[in-house]
Write a protein that binds this ligand. Sequence first.
Ligand code: NAG
Length: 239
Amino acid sequence: MSISSLLLLVLLALLSLCYAQKEATIQELRLAFNTNRINSRQLVEFYLGEIKKLNPVLKGILEVNPDALYEADRADRERAAKVPRSMVGLHGIPVLLKDTIATKDKLNTTAGSFALLGSTVPQDAGIVSRLRKAGAIILGKASLSEWSSFRSLSAPSGFSPRGGQGKNPYVLSATPCGSSSGPAISVAANMVAVSIGTETDGSILCPTSFNSVVGIKPTVGLTSRAGVIPISPSLDTVG
Ligand SMILES: *[C@@H]1O[C@H](CO)[C@@H](O)[C@H](O)[C@H]1NC(C)=O
């Protein structure tokens, strides 16, 4: 084997290693935390880097949380102090939220519309306060079809005035499907491991299937909808 083909092989092996390491489940991240192979700060820094690199094209994310690294440091301190909740579940894991889910922090909650930009919400959405209680890090707000597709039935899927047109990472010219397009795009492209969307009629199932990620659409009423911009009380669910 020539030196150059050997070098090429080594390069390919390294590349595939790098690529494989970008994709991780919550369980794998949990294990990596608990065995000190990575901490929350390193994980958030990694995702912020990927967002900077990929999001200008994919447009899956509207805003990143300016406090994400601060929250990561806090999670790492709690893990170092062996606080019981820090060894389980979503503690220290970055989570991305569809932009219809209220957060009482520096992030805006706008449903992708300029109409709500700069407005303030009274409190965190029900699921956000639970996520924070579990120690999850709110990484940012994901893009969507504006107003969860209910502004107009003919508006393009995955488009919002604030976010522009979200792209399907596997086929940039294909639709990412909506309305929870950003949450699915971002997980598919490894800009975050897990995200939260909402569904009224297909808005979790369609984007997760089109972007080749796993989606869970809970039975209506199982997850809190408090603080989530609504469409229909008998159909909306957060998942
Ligand atoms: C929220 O929107 C305001 C504009 O009203 C903007 O200045 C601010 O940077 C936004 N927040 C984040 C976290 O992007």
